[in-house]
Design a protein around this ligand. Structure first.
Ligand SMILES: [Zn+2]
Length: 418
């Protein structure tokens, strides 16, 4: 019998399988497992993880959850979401079913610009009320941290409004939101004939305000034909970097370009989408330590055919992350398990790889892999109890929720009553 640790206040024991994502020499990462394990937490941290007998030797009288027959994994880290919007776009979804393309709909006044019009009409309180049910959906489906972008405001006041809403939401409910400024999501209608003026507004007014009020950690940009050019990307990300923000980019979603390479040279932490990424882009990401964040849910939801070449990226040792891209236009889901299924069926990732990509590598993409994304001592006690027997089962049995319980910072925040 070992010495008990009096700070332990929660134990999950009799766990059939514990999944532990780890970095490895290959660069992508792998999963270690413990059979018949237990995890002990103190406050918001994990303090002990191992076999059931080893851990239980140190456990005082405290709250104990039995996870017999269950699998426990770290909470998902969703590294790319656009959760603050006002009003949904199911009419566009129907138009696409009737044969219209995403670009047709955008040219007809739909797309991001329709979300901008709706968002500008909403107050902070209305946005908070609109967003909370979605944050609950993340927790229900096993996600404990999301990266959250602005980008439907596209004016100084409205972008700041979204980022303030993200900050408030982060403090008022259990899901962690990591804020990203995405003023460069689209050129708003009123600057269509003078895009330089909007770029100046981003650089001279929005970025300084975002930094002054500490409203974001990252600055992101949508670099694609008809959106922001490479030259504009260099200017905007350069200004954000000088102001002290970390960088991200939406690149090579619709066509190959030099955007990923340029962004890698600028020092982005992640490049996201990459459905058309060239071999040169992959090499540059490898060279500069950029995490690719793949969003196959958007390809699937838009009914497109070209998925990112995840296999090539993994073979090259890139730490591929999977994220939902949750947003009302091109991917209306908070569920990472669904994204893992799409990754396995359409990009030929293995189930094991999909777990690593949705946990540890997601944490890398938002600079949190020293605190979350895996299960070990002194990491945050963000974990999920799953009603599945092994890791392969989750992406395999898709479209229903296998979460038994979501634990965030050592507290039960969702329990499936079924
Ligand atoms: Zn996005």
């Amino acid at each position: 019998m070992g010495v008990t640790d009096p700070t332990i206040d929660l134990v999950i024991n009799h766990i059939d399988v514990i999944l532990i994502p780890e970095t490895n020499a290959d660069g992508f990462g792998s999963l270690r497992t413990i059979n018949h394990g237990a995890i002990a937490c103190a406050g918001d941290e994990i303090v002990m993880i191992g076999t059931h007998d080893d851990v239980m030797a140190h456990v005082p009288e405290c709250k104990v959850i039995s996870a017999a027959g269950k699998l426990v994994a770290p909470g998902f880290v969703d590294a790319h979401t656009h959760p603050v919007f006002f009003g949904t776009r199911e009419q566009e979804f129907k138009m696409r079913a009737l044969g219209k393309s995403y670009q047709d709909i955008a040219l007809a006044g739909g797309g991001i610009r329709s979300s901008v019009r709706k968002l500008r009409s909403a107050s902070e309180t209305e946005l908070i009320d609109h967003t909370i049910p979605h944050l609950k959906n993340f927790l229900r489906h096993g996600t404990t941290t999301i990266e959250a972008k602005s980008g439907y405001g596209l004016s100084v006041a409205d972008e700041i409004k979204i980022l303030r809403v993200i900050k408030k939401l982060d403090s008022m409910q259990p899901l962690d939101l990591v804020p990203t400024f995405l003023g460069a999501h689209e050129i708003p209608d009123e600057y269509r004939n003078d895009r330089q003026k909007y770029i100046d507004l981003i650089i001279n007014e929005m970025i300084p305000l975002v930094v002054d009020e500490k409203l974001a950690e990252f600055c992101d940009i949508f670099c694609e034909e008809h959106v922001f050019t490479i030259e504009e990307t260099i200017k905007i990300l350069g200004a954000a970097k000088d102001a002290g923000l970390q960088l991200k980019i939406h690149s090579e979603q619709l066509a190959s370009s030099a955007a990923t390479k340029i962004a890698a040279e600028l020092g982005v932490i992640s490049a996201d989408h990459l459905d058309y990424a060239s071999d040169d882009s992959l090499q540059q990401m490898k060279l500069r330590g950029v995490t690719p964040v793949l969003l196959p849910g958007a390809v699937f939801f838009l009914g497109l055919k070209t998925y990112a070449n995840a296999r090539k990226m993994i073979d090259l040792g890139l730490p591929v992350a999977l994220a939902t891209d949750f947003n009302p236009g091109s991917c209306m889901t908070e569920s990472l398990p669904i994204i893992m299924t799409i990754a396995c069926t359409q990009m030929k990732m293995t189930p094991e790889e999909s777990w690593v990509a949705a946990t540890l590598n997601g944490a890398r993409a938002i600079d949190r892999d020293h605190r979350i994304g895996t299960l070990k001592e002194h990491y945050v006690a963000d974990l999920v109890v799953w009603d599945i027997k092994n890791q392969d089962y989750l992406p395999y049995h898709f479209g229903i929720n296998h979460v038994v319980m979501t634990i965030k910072k050592g507290q039960i925040v969702f329990q499936n009553k079924a």
